[in-house]
Design a protein. Structure first.
Lengths: 415, 620
């Protein structure tokens, strides 16, 4: 396993190294799908130039390759831990005869699970989205690495490190705040503390974790203050994320919407769109309180769809988790359609961009239409996995082949 | 800007600025931390936009002219001028008889310079200069009695503690390579720059109010430039409200039918006398016009006052202490190139922009200038072909490179045409925020070698608040082209932020290049002809350097545009996608999986109702 992971890393790094040295690197680093105002390397260099640090805009490729490597290894280890966890739980459930007999074919075998961590790492490292993001030197790779390490720390049960890395991720882009809930749920579950509002042990641990998280946030913000010498970074980073002043096109929903928005509705819709990202946390946590790792996946996916400046690097992070849910494949309803939509959209992004910006034969609506479709595709993908996950859980407890009262084969519906 | 750099900068300039007190002063004030508001205003771009609209443009200049007279209406103009006539007499009387405190001395001079250009165009430059020996900005010296100085401007100056004010409105672009240097350079569009007294606490607030007031006075919405340019035609074009003096020549339909015209008001404090103990205020109102008489005159190279202005001169302004017309005849020492009539014996020599020029002078205060016809109609007839024009020593141009609507590169080329002298120039660029400059891509090359600026001041932009400001000091090697390039990214704006014709593009104001240029006169080593021999021991003369400001072309940059016709559609479609997400999650979150049991037929359901009442098992 370690050998194949090493081999994978070598392959991934060499692909990136080749691309860095090719003429494509410059083209990729200008792509609006790949870089956003928040994570463009050009802006990092600009910022450092303003601080008079004299960084060459062409340094830093090694740094980005390392970040990608860290993400992949962290995801690999997390999924390995998670699989062990799942397998152990499944064993206990089997021993206590909790599964109906006909649902046994849904159970997961060690053989099938063996290659999943490697596949996850591969899905991240060889995903064209990640490669593009890395070659463009987008700092998105760094954000992904921090989130991946956060997931690893959480799954390994280290509350302190988990809190610190979550704080790092939050101070980078606010949105990972919603990952607090799944991390807390997982840590509670690991310590066999039931989620019960009347239990002091629950509150004790929760306040402990909140303290670690908030403490780290305060320390990081304080460090930023001492480094920069002023609080200006708060409006210029968080204000920038939340109030969306930069309408440079990207793959998200914000740019065209707020370019076309009527001025007196702007504030209202900014609030609606931003609340939308955080809105799903509580209902999802309630629904998935037994499955925090899947909840992490859902949250990352929702963030990457609904955040204000999304890039393909964000998409790549949640897509890396898809092999971990390969056992849901039989319950997915429209995976073929969704894959086609996502593939076609990915191909059409540069085409329509070219037509709009360079050829002048199309206008902004063309590119906007593709972003809409891409987001519909992502939403369908995520909700399909959500559906499949819930359905599998239902079948695990109620049996795979459900019968109606009259003994004929039943269909399962949501009511 | 770091203070030590500032000091260094001033040293550089004051060293070169021996004979140029104005520059010296300009830079010294900077070190004194006198707060500076130099705004190559964003509004320049939108004022430029109105240049297609002659009406609007004309009205701006009307307003300007109106402001020259200092009052708002035509009738009032006249009354004011008449009344000042009376006042003048009174003050003389008062001085004589009662020996009150004498009214502060003020005087008015007018001047017209006509320079035939090598392209065949005619450059006419009017200047009206008022000097007032009083310091009305001083505490406790409240002046309410105005004579020649316009009251509306005087009040503005004292209210906002203005130290210097320069405002110009220009239509057309000055073609340095064809026309040489203008007497007072001005960028296309409007430019306003102001120095405030160091007593002003909040410069930004003062600046905002001042622009509001000036917008009112000049009828040019300097303050609301982000939205629309609502310049309204108001008064007619009758400068000074009087039909006499040089102002008679200002006939609007002629002035606006020209290749270039620029109107400006410059106010600054000057010294009253050599000791410089007391300040006086100087107001210069200038009008610079370039007439294209060559093409409109059937390729005949001749001009007359009547042809240019459809008026002739009949008298000097009665209030003017001096009223003169100068015609540049430098290129025509022997009369072989053109013939000027009526001829005048009075000649004058002056070093203008580092070049020694000869002028024919017509003094309008002298009756014999007008001859028997009692009118002066200068006439110039070309005889031969033009000689070579001396290339301007400093010259600059600018363009945008790149294709597509995503990125681009601003190229500024600065030419030093001096054969052997290098000199530093100060380049100031103010780029609107929607062109996002990447300062790390800034490259300065001269003679295909890297030319590191000795000083760079950069203020990054803030979205929708302030433009990029880039200022640098570059040493220009002799006989070279220095290229300054910087990359930028084009932003997509909100649909309401685009002007009504968004695909026309956005104007970016000219960059300003200020320099002390070694003068042509100093280049001339052959002193012996006109000067005593011993003077060649002192080759450095007063006028060895002259201050020059060069404006580059404004840029026209296209930005990507959204589709302006579909805000509703976009709002609906995007909200639909968000709702698809919300709906599918809501569905999965609130519902549970159940076996789909077909509902019973109606008869069975009715039977079940009865059975439930009876308490017997239900039918399935």
């Amino acid at each position: 396993m370690a050998a194949s992971l090493t081999f994978l890393l070598i392959v991934a790094v060499s692909i990136r190294a080749v691309l860095f040295r090719s003429s494509l690197a410059e083209i990729i680093s200008e792509r609006v799908e790949v870089v956003s105002p928040l994570n463009a390397w050009k802006r990092v260099v600009e910022g450092l130039a303003l601080l008079d640090l004299g960084v060459s805009p062409y340094s830093g490729d090694v740094f980005h390759e390392i970040a990608d490597g860290i993400t992949a290894v962290a995801l690999y280890l997390s999924i390995q831990t998670y699989n062990k966890n799942v397998f152990r739980k499944q064993k206990y459930a089997l021993e206590s005869d909790r599964y109906p007999l006909d649902s046994h074919e849904l159970l997961r075998s060690p053989k099938e699970m063996f290659y999943i961590p490697l596949k996850v790492a591969m899905f991240y490292l060889l995903n064209p989205f990640t490669i593009l993001s890395c070659v463009a030197k987008s700092t998105c790779g760094l954000n992904n690495a921090i989130i991946a390490v956060f997931i690893l720390c959480t799954l390994k049960g280290s509350a302190l490190l988990s809190g610190i890395f979550l704080a790092l991720a939050t101070t980078q882009s606010i949105y990972p705040l919603t990952l607090f809930a799944p991390a807390l749920l997982f840590l509670l579950q690991r310590l066999y503390i039931p989620v019960n509002l009347w239990r002091s042990s629950f509150w004790f641990f929760t306040s402990q974790y909140v303290f670690m998280y908030v403490g780290s946030v305060v320390v990081i913000t304080g460090l930023s203050f001492f480094l920069l010498g002023s609080w200006d970074f708060i409006p210029s980073v968080y204000g920038f994320i939340l109030s969306v002043p930069d309408l440079t096109p990207n793959i998200g929903l914000f740019w065209y919407f707020f370019a076309e928005m009527f001025e007196h509705f702007r504030v209202f819709f900014i609030c609606v769109f931003q609340i939308n990202v955080f809105f799903y946390t509580i209902p999802l946590s309630i629904k998935l309180k037994e499955h925090p790792v899947f909840l992490i996946f859902m949250q990352i996916a929702i963030i990457s769809i609904f955040k204000s400046y999304p890039t393909v690097g964000d998409v790549a992070l949640y897509m890396a988790f898809l092999p971990a849910w390969s056992h849901l494949y039989r319950f997915l309803r429209n995976i073929f359609l969704v894959s086609c939509v996502l593939l076609v959209c990915s191909a059409l992004f540069p085409v329509l961009w070219h037509l709009w910006i360079y050829a002048g034969s199309a206008n902004s609506n063309f590119y906007y239409a593709i972003t809409l479709l891409f987001n519909v595709g992502q939403i369908l993908l995520v909700s399909d996995y959500f559906y499949a996950y819930l359905r599998r859980e239902h079948h695990l407890t109620h049996g795979l082949y459900l019968k109606k009262k009259d003994g004929t084969e039943a269909t399962l519906v949501l009511k | 800007m770091a203070p030590e750099e500032a000091v260094e900068l001033v040293v550089v300039f004051s060293f070169h600025a021996q004979g140029e007190p104005r520059v010296n002063e300009l830079w010294m004030t900077r070190t004194k931390k006198l707060k500076q508001v130099w705004t190559k205003l964003r509004f320049r771009s939108s004022c430029e936009k109105s240049s297609d609209n002659t009406g609007a443009e004309q009205s701006a200049s009307d307003a300007l002219q109106e402001a020259k007279s200092g009052v708002s209406g035509n009738n009032e103009d006249e009354s004011q001028w008449q009344s000042t006539d009376v006042e003048m007499d009174k003050s003389v009387e008062a001085k004589d008889s009662l020996s009150f405190r004498p009214a502060p001395k003020d005087q008015f001079q007018e001047e017209l310079i006509i320079r035939p250009l090598h392209s065949g165009d005619i450059y006419a430059s009017f200047q009206f200069r008022t000097i007032w020996d009083t310091d009305f900005l001083q505490e406790g010296n409240k002046v309410s009695h105005y004579r020649l100085f316009p009251k509306s401007l005087g009040q503005v100056l004292s209210k906002f503690s203005v130290r210097e004010l320069h405002i110009s409105f220009t239509q057309g672009f000055w073609r340095t390579m064809q026309w040489g240097q203008p007497f007072i350079p001005s960028p296309p569009g409007a430019e306003l720059w102001v120095w405030f007294q160091d007593t002003v606490a909040d410069v930004d607030e003062n600046w905002k109010e001042l622009t509001n007031v000036l917008s009112g006075i000049f009828c040019a919405s300097l303050n609301f430039i982000d939205t629309t340019n609502t310049v309204q035609p108001s008064a007619s074009f009758k400068p000074l409200g009087l039909g006499n003096g040089l102002a008679t020549l200002m006939k609007s339909e002629k002035l606006f039918h020209s290749s270039f015209h620029s109107q400006a008001v410059h106010i600054r404090p000057v010294c009253q006398d050599v000791q410089c103990a007391k300040p006086a205020w100087e107001l210069r109102q200038t009008l610079n016009v370039v007439f294209d008489l060559y093409t409109s005159g059937q390729s005949k190279k001749e001009w007359s006052l009547f042809k240019m202005f459809s008026r002739t001169l009949t008298e000097a302004c009665p209030l003017a202490s001096s009223s003169k017309v100068y015609v540049d005849i430098t290129d025509n020492p022997e009369g072989e190139l053109f013939e000027l009539s009526p001829a005048t014996p009075v000649l004058s020599q002056a070093v203008v922009l580092g070049d020694r020029r000869t002028y024919s002078v017509y003094d309008l205060t002298k009756a014999d200038t007008f001859g028997q016809l009692r009118s002066l109609n200068l006439l110039l007839r070309w005889k031969g072909e033009n000689g070579d024009m001396l290339r301007p020593l400093l010259h600059a141009e600018r363009y945008v490179a790149g294709f597509g609507l995503q990125t681009g590169e601003i190229h500024t080329l600065v030419y030093n045409n001096h054969p052997f002298r290098a000199f530093p120039v100060l380049l100031l660029e103010s780029v609107p925020w929607y062109l996002r400059l990447y300062i790390h891509t800034l490259k300065v090359t001269s003679k295909s070698r890297d030319n590191k600026p000795s000083y760079i001041h950069y203020q990054p932009s803030k979205d929708r608040q302030r433009p990029h400001l880039l200022e640098m000091l570059i040493q220009l090697p002799p006989h070279s082209v220095t290229e300054v390039t910087v990359q930028f990214e084009r932003a997509l704006l909100k649909w309401t932020e685009y002007p009504p014709d968004p695909n026309h593009g956005f104007y970016v104001g000219s960059s300003v290049i200020s320099a002390l240029v070694p003068s042509m006169v100093a280049m001339d080593t052959n002193f012996t002809q006109e000067h005593p021999l011993f003077s060649s021991f002192f080759p450095v003369k007063e006028e060895s350097n002259f201050f020059m400001r060069v404006y580059t072309e404004p840029l026209l940059v296209n930005l990507p545009t959204p589709d302006f016709s579909m805000p509703y559609n976009v709002i609906c479609l995007t909200c639909t996608v968000v709702a698809v997400g919300y709906g599918s999650f809501y569905n999965l979150l609130t519902r549970t999986f159940q076996v789909d049991e077909p509902s019973l037929p109606l008869a069975k359901r009715l039977a079940n109702l009865i059975r439930r009442v009876r308490g017997v098992p239900l039918l399935t």
